[in-house]
Design a protein around this ligand. Sequence first.
Ligand code: AMP
Ligand code: TRP
Length: 334
Amino acid sequence: MSETIKKPVLFSGIQPTGNITIGNYIGAMSNFVKLENDYDCLFSIVDLHALTVRQDPASLRRKSLELAALYIAAGLNPEESIIYCQSHVPQHAELAWILNCFTYMGELSRMTQFKDKSQKHADNINAGLFTYPVLMAADILLYQTDLVPVGADQKQHLEITRDIAERMNGIHPGLFKVPKPHIPKETAKIMSLTEPEKKMSKSDPDDSIITLVDKPDAILRKFKRAVTDSETEIRFDPENKPGVSNLLSIMSNMSGESIESIVSRLNGQGYGALKQQTAEATIERLKPIQLKQEELLKDKEYMAKVLKTNAERAQTLALRTLRKVYKKLGLYQP
Ligand code: AMP
Ligand code: TRP
């Protein structure tokens, strides 16, 4: 099968774990949709990464399919973009091994995500958790990627990816394209509703996150209970007013209205109005996505076909890079 690349390449991935939050949606998915037409895109369901913490097999399987449906429901086109499961393309794991041999223990031990996750899962600090960024680098470098849209928490992983690529290019010129991160300030970091100094994260308690499958009444209830501050003024000031600023940022991203416009429109009204309108904008934005996702998940045959065809498209591209790497590194190829 021939798969041709005409535009710059965009790669990103999301782990099929927990419930996808509006942090993932705003920080990652909505940017994927905005960029889709200008790039040849790959959007992966990174199921191998998910194995770095213990997963229930049935749930992992279900969540992988749900994430695939969500990519499409959010507006990505699986006839154009390659939407696929990482584990269906064995070249990711193969390249990760090679990159492991060009990555230092010291640089991996500086990764903040590794430090955080080893604290959270102190009973299971496995080697996969340690080499997680190497598999991520393999995901990206395998497709000679130009651009990687992610949230701010992935910046360090993009830096190590670039370091590995440059290190290997230094020995074998032209081996990899050195990718650039795409982390727009407005979408980089959506905060927890109950602890607004902390990033909203899939694995956090339910009342601190809004998931993409939350029903309108749950969305309204959670926003109403969101932590703000003891003042009354609605003002965008993430440092001093993290809760209020987070609500403004969510409302702006969900409705498309600028933060300045929201602030001046709500001038003199209380936090109650801000919470109510943030909830309404979120419900409105998620409604068509939820309906579409449900519809897609009913059509198991279609979903299976999309994932199978797209994994084949990805393999064609992945093999090109992997063969080149094997050859340049001196692995005998008959
Ligand atoms: P993960 O949930 O770790 O698989 O993250 C998938 C994508 O969503 C990555 O690009 C993250 O950087 C992004 N992301 C996750 N949480 C947030 C958040 N609270 N704000 C912005 N982006 C996020
Ligand atoms: N590590 C990313 C996260 O947790 C997910 C991911 C894996 C990814 N491989 C990737 C993101 C490649 C961008 C590109 O959010």
